[in-house]
Design a protein around this ligand. Structure first.
Ligand code: BTN
Length: 256
């Protein structure tokens, strides 16, 4: 694999590269390398194909074709931008905007277009050989898939840049643009939560989810600087949601 094709115009992120034609999971490889040795900040693991992509909540993530960007980024100071998971989400939305694709960020970690998932994010913390605390920021972006490239399990809920624009993209060019936005967002002065809010349609929407094992529905009234969702429950109390998956209600009218 010609790694020089992936050389990005960045200072740190993507300057150290590990590119694989095929691997089980870039997150898994990065985590195991970090057990063995010191991995420099900003190192990127890219796979053209993943045979066992890792998704959130222990699920597998469909990345077994060369049609997407499958990437893990090593971040040594995960607390510099809080929450770190918003950095790849915002960078993905910015990259997609360049392709004329209008993405919507769904809390906590999804990037949607027309209510279908175009990108997923999985951040995993790790203490490296030598004691450095770091995070593996895994991101998948669906790029060149046609509808029939997705399995029947995800074809109704997934989309790609090609499905929306009709155009095909070189994965190395996608990486270079994406990682530049990633670095700009991570190093920039604007709080990432503010950037996330600009690309999210969640504020004011009614969601349903689970909290402390119980189903709830509530209106999203805001987001805290830590990236927790402020929700207004049906009985009028304000609560904070710090983790967990939520669904956004469509065609639902919320009455206080
Ligand atoms: C999710 O939406 O469930 C999270 C998906 C994260 C997928 C990416 S693809 C690159 C990196 N390597 C993995 O094994 N997973 C992440």
């Amino acid at each position: 694999m010609n790694e020089s094709l992936f050389k990005a115009d960045t200072k740190v992120f993507g300057q150290n590269l590990c590119v694989f034609d095929e691997i089980d999971s870039t997150n898994k490889k990065a985590l195991s390398d970090m057990e063995d040795r010191f991995i420099p900040n900003g190192t990127c693991y890219i796979a053209l194909r993943q045979t066992k992509g890792m998704g959130s909540y222990g699920k597998t993530y469909e990345a077994n074709t060369k049609l997407g960007l499958w990437l893990s980024v090593i971040v040594h100071e995960p607390y510099m931008k809080n929450p770190l998971t918003f950095v790849p989400a915002v960078a993905a939305a910015m990259f997609l905007k360049d392709c004329k694709v209008h993405a919507h960020l769904k809390w906590p970690n999804d990037v949607l277009v027309n209510d279908k998932k175009i990108s997923g994010i999985l951040c995993q913390a790790k203490t490296m050989q030598g004691g450095t605390n770091a995070c593996v920021v895994g991101i998948g972006i669906n790029i060149n898939q046609s509808e029939n490239d997705f399995s029947s399990e995800v074809s109704n809920i997934a989309t790609s840049v090609k499905i929306i624009t009709g155009d095909e993209y070189k994965i190395e060019e996608v990486f270079k643009k994406f990682i530049k936005y990633f670095e700009d967002v991570y190093c920039g002065e604007t709080p990432v939560v503010r950037l996330w809010e600009e690309h999210s349609l969640m504020i004011g929407r009614v969601i349903r989810g689970q909290k402390d094992g119980k189903d709830f529905s509530a209106k999203v009234s805001g987001i805290t600087k830590e990236g927790h969702l402020l929700i207004e429950t049906e009985n009028g109390t304000e609560e904070l949601l710090s983790h967990g998956a939520v669904d956004i209600y469509r065609d639902y009218c919320y009455h206080k």
